[in-house]
Design a protein around this ligand. Structure first.
Ligand code: ZN
Length: 291
């Protein structure tokens, strides 16, 4: 499949999953096939490792006091993510904190099983806690399939820093895609140089969500506008995110080992934010033209 076909396929699966009342078995099977292929885990840069599937990113951040896990993908991804963590030589019991990009099934449906396997504490942004603790059923725009609910141990607020050992990760509230949608930043070090890392949030508008006169979230348009500003303000050297295609993971991983590290891509983040902002303004225009 070409990159474009791949993207279109993912797009149509997202539409099917969110517009239809519930995905049929074959739609869900097809989505799993597309998103849940095993992928060889690797060190991205410094203390940051990729442990996700072919398409759904999950990250391990190594610290002197244990591991932080960012996102767990689908429930069906659990065996892949666990095997990836262990094949890098890490122990599941060393995962002390689990954080997330946002409360949709493709990023946190694996949380319940992973929490049980590791004994880690789950930290999450305030706006997403209710969604997670209801297995995806609450919030302004619930998206199926719902998932195994899990308890959030620590509620984060905008700008809060999560610390483990020598590592500090900061949670930036970027609402819109979900209420507690979160971008994460941290500093990593490789070959004696320090790099600002941005784990972007999702900035797309889910199918069926209106920006103008939204019946379940009157301020969603303003929330997105704020989030675009936040994303533009974050210092970035290394660009990562919750879906591997967001930052061309498969293409970059082929160049790992060359200098500079291929994941250093500040322009990639700028382009990603600009593309989503353009789509946002286009949708507002379309909605206004409907009247
Ligand atoms: Zn999402």
């Amino acid at each position: 499949m070409t990159r474009k076909q791949n993207f279109l396929c993912i797009f149509f699966i997202i539409v099917a999953l969110t517009v239809l009342p519930a995905p049929t078995f074959s739609q869900y099977e097809s989505m799993i096939k597309e998103w849940n292929q095993p992928f060889k885990p690797f060190q991205i840069i410094g203390n940051i490792y990729y442990v996700g599937t072919s398409s759904l990113a999950c990250y391990i951040i190594k610290t002197k006091a244990g591991l932080i896990l960012l996102d767990t993908a689908l429930q069906e991804s659990s065996p892949i993510v666990r095997a990836n963590i262990e094949s890098l030589g890490f122990k599941l019991k060393d995962v002390k904190i689990m954080v997330s990009s946002h409360a949709h099934f493709d990023h946190v449906a694996g949380h319940a099983d992973m929490k049980a396997a590791t004994g880690a504490k789950v930290y999450a942004m305030k706006g997403d806690v209710e969604i997670m603790e209801s297995g995806g059923q609450k919030g302004f725009h619930p998206i199926k399939p719902f998932y195994k609910p899990f308890k959030v141990d620590k509620i984060l607020k905008d700008g809060e820093t999560v610390r483990l050992g020598e590592v500090a990760m900061t949670a930036h509230l970027t609402p819109g895609h979900t209420e507690g949608n979160t971008a994460w930043t941290m500093v990593t070090e490789e070959n004696g140089k320090k790099y600002n890392v941005v784990f972007t949030c999702s900035l797309s508008i889910n199918p069926g969500v209106r920006m103008v006169n939204n019946p379940t979230w009157a301020g969603v348009k303003e929330a997105y506008a704020k989030s675009f500003q936040v994303m533009k303000s974050l210092p970035c050297d290394v660009f990562l995110g919750p879906h591997a295609p967001f930052f061309n993971m498969e293409e970059k991983v082929k160049r790992l080992g060359t200098q500079p590290n291929p994941f250093i891509d500040p322009e990639g983040l700028r382009n990603f934010v600009a593309m989503n902002e353009k789509n946002y303004y286009a949708q507002i225009q379309r909605e206004r033209n409907e009247k």
